[in-house]
Design a binder for this molecule. Structure first.
Ligand code: NDP
Ligand code: 8G0
Length: 376
């Protein structure tokens, strides 16, 4: 079996290329390019010195043994190692690429180059990883959502939240939403979704997904209050559940116009993207036209890459910060991002349009850096 691997180095005006590596059978060059393009502006919004890139492969880690995954990761890095480095291009995880895969890739990079450097982020805590990186994207999503609601006169506490996905982003989004006093009633994976009106049990979800690497049917089997819905046989998804806040945290194009109409009819107040481009263009427009607060992924999920940049800082100074230190920096970054979008939208006459605000604020810094450097 031959797999194809990609790395798109899109823009390095404000720092080394930075972005994840996706391992999923759907991966192709088009997907990596759109993700890399978004990454430029997201990384700019973090305020940290990172350029934009993305990579991955159509290798499917699902159902593979640790040994098979290791063999793939070693082959992948054998091809990629010449193009990456702590000061040139710093990949990380993404869909299908977690701590296990990053570990195998880091080991192979070190074996080939002899360098012990911060070439990858999302590393394990014993070899240069950062505390709070695992939680960062989901936590950051909630810090931003909380601020967006607050600035529009609402409180996240007491809200009903619908989350899609049950991977890294979704799990920690559920956890932080609950810590902030919201009730999360759904999670999903590629085959089905769970409705748990008593609120998702995060400990059980982590056990099923992080430890057993099992399907959500196992969550439902262990939790009497949960109902499992099969997507293919029912033709439904989690967006039919009435909620105040919707957080798509699985993959691109998972929230379409029909879903947006259902959410609006059910009174949704805010949508913030944990995944990259989960909302289709038509759905985004519909939500915005119907007064829903909408925050695009390049702002809402920037906490992951921001914390990766903090991991790079720690690697450079050969120190590790405490969980609280990293988490408080993350929170500051997310609150600042929201205010930057809000200000850019207002300044350019599009008050409340956080899509325009994110694009403008992200773009301006990159354009200025490119212009100053002679557009090289
Ligand atoms: P994971 O691999 O940990 O989890 C992905 C989740 O989404 C799983 O529940 C998976 O279900 C589901 N999923 C993936 N592909 C599909 C698909 N084609 N159709 C339906 N469901 C799917 O990935 P992450 O949580 O890390 O990433 C989720 C999203 O967040 C992606 O868009 C990613 O690019 C984005 N993101 C991630 C960041 C991070 O730090 N991890 C940072 C910023 C953005 P199943 O298990 O059944 O495949
Ligand atoms: O840490 C990263 O560079 C990273 C990993 C996975 C996804 C993303 C993203 O911003 O989409 C960034």
């Amino acid at each position: 079996m031959i797999n194809n691997g990609f790395r798109v180095q899109f823009n390095s005006a404000i720092g080394p290329y930075k972005g994840g590596l996706r391992l999923h059978p759907s991966v192709n060059l088009g997907i990596i390019k759109f993700l890399g393009f978004e990454q430029i502006f997201k990384n700019s919004l973090t305020g940290l010195p990172i350029g934009g890139g993305k990579g991955g492969s159509d290798f499917d880690p699902k159902g593979k043994s640790d040994r098979e995954v290791m063999a793939f990761c070693q082959s992948f890095i054998t091809e990629l190692y010449k193009y990456i480095g702590a000061d040139t291009d710093v990949p990380a995880g993404d869909i299908g690429t977690g701590a296990r895969e990053i570990g195998y890739m880091y080991g192979q990079y070190k074996r080939l180059t002899g360098l012990y450097e911060g070439v990858l982020t999302g590393k394990g805590l014993t070899y240069g990883g950062s505390l709070a990186r695992t939680e960062a994207t989901g936590y950051g999503l909630l810090y931003l959502t909380e601020e967006m609601l607050k600035c529009n006169g609402h409180d996240i506490a007491g809200k009903t939240v619908v989350v899609s996905g049950s991977g890294n982003v979704a799990i920690y989004a559920v956890q932080k939403a609950q810590q902030l006093g919201a009730k999360v009633v759904t999670v999903s994976d590629s085959t089905g979704w769970v409705y748990d009106p008593e609120g998702i049990d995060v400990a059980l979800l982590k056990e099923v997904k992080e430890v057993k690497r099992a399907r959500l049917t196992e969550y439902a089997a262990a939790r009497p209050s949960a109902q499992y819905h099969d997507k293919a046989s029912e033709g439904t998804n989690q967006w039919i559940i009435k909620c105040d806040v919707a957080l798509p945290c699985a993959t691109q194009n998972e929230l379409n116009l029909e879903d947006a109409k259902t959410l609006v009819a059910n009174g949704v107040m805010a949508v913030a993207e944990g995944a990259n481009m989960p909302t289709t263009l038509e759905a985004t427009k519909y939500l915005q036209e119907n007064g829903v607060l909408f925050c695009p992924g390049k702002a809402a999920n920037a906490g992951g890459v921001a914390t990766s940049a903090l991991e790079m800082s720690q690697n450079s100074e050969r120190l590790s910060w405490t969980f609280e230190e990293v988490d408080s920096k993350l929170k500051n970054i997310m609150v600042n991002i929201f205010h930057n979008l809000d200000a850019a939208a207002k300044k350019y006459g599009m008050d409340g349009d956080y899509v325009a605000g994110a694009n403008i604020a992200g773009f301006l810094k990159v354009a200025e850096a490119m212009t100053a450097q002679g557009i090289v």
